[in-house]
Design a protein around this ligand. Sequence first.
Ligand SMILES: Cc1ncc(COP(=O)(O)O)c(C=O)c1O
Length: 433
Amino acid sequence: MSQQHTKPPSATLAHWSKPDSDPPTIVEGEGCYVTDSSGEKHLDFIAQLYCVNAGHGNETINDAMAEQLSKVAYVSSAKHNDTRDKLASELAEIAPGRLSDTFFSISGSEANEAAVQIAREYTGAPKVLTRYQSYHGGTYGAGGLTGDPSTRAALEPYGGTSAGRFLPPLSTAFDAEGAELAQKAANHLEYVIRNEGHETIAAILMEPVAGTSGAYPAPEGYFERVREICDTYDILLIADEVITGFGRCGEWFGIETEEVEPDLLTFAKGVTSAYAPLAGVLVGPEIAANVREGGYDLGQTFGGHPVSCAAGLGALSVYRDGLIENVRERSSHFEHELRELERYDAVSGVRGRGFLWGVTFGEGDEPFVDPWVEPEKENPVTEVISEAADGNVLLGGGRPTTQIICAPPLCAGREEIEEGIGGLSAAIESVFG
Ligand SMILES: Cc1ncc(COP(=O)(O)O)c(C=O)c1O
């Protein structure tokens, strides 16, 4: 028997939805702003999902995509295409150190899975180490690499995990700061490696600056020690640059701000400024030769889609044309404005790099509510995000949401930075009084 259903206004099942959540319908975007279906304009202080780096409605990227469509819309990922090859060449030019060849993919999750597969095939070792409180994707493979308990709680009952974990270099984990923290956290990583059996480990995968998990940079010296440890034990270092790539931290890639060279680098989001889905893995000549000589039995239909690659070429030209410079010029003003928020008792810390910043809430190191421990409890930090959205400033919830992330498009000027932080400040006052 057929039943009568009342159709909802939107039949889309949203990603990362909470029970009964009602996200806005965004219909237009220009620069740092988006407009919803009721005509309200919002400052996009999170570049949607840390990805619209060039801002909305960029003509250069739109035109590049339209031109590709008029030539050929799709070419098999098993064949070569001039636009795809051109993007690979441009990526090789801007990539750190000896990284030279790109295996294109579609999403950040799939790029991380491909990087792990390439690293496993190269080393012959099965294991990968990732950090607790990390996010590397939401598909089964990448979700298994993710350290974030809410993602793992959704997947692990059905899939299990594919990674060993170690603690991130956070003062809360090691009760230390600065050089002491760098040393303790690196020693701990070495301890994990020796206990797992270094010959069983293909790679260590981590973000140069932790993105959604708190926008925290590592203490000085940490990455240098990690690089040394990887070299000592013949373990590959994979930099997940899905958020930190393409100018977000003030350099083309976040790992450059640490002056360390990874063996593989994964990217997504900002490569096209999110105008079309595209991701990839950059590798050096030895690993590239291993893939070419040995062949690679896996692939995806839409890996390196020509229209996405055209968007990538457009986006790179926009970044070259002053956007990365804009991040460098404005990041100290950004930091200065954010640090003013430390005057609120409810704000326990501010940290970040470039245009990627996190604001933590709580009393000292103690959050008001840890949603990973007490998911049912009302969380004032979630209220701050909703209040700011009501004031037309869109912010990101950190993982866990004891923190708020600010990551506007890289074209944000002084006014937008002040408007965004002003909106956050007003929301803090409204929630905490
Ligand atoms: C650091 C990092 N890696 C990987 C991913 C997964 O990317 P995607 O959502 O494109 O699969 C994300 C997504 O936010 C991310 O932040």
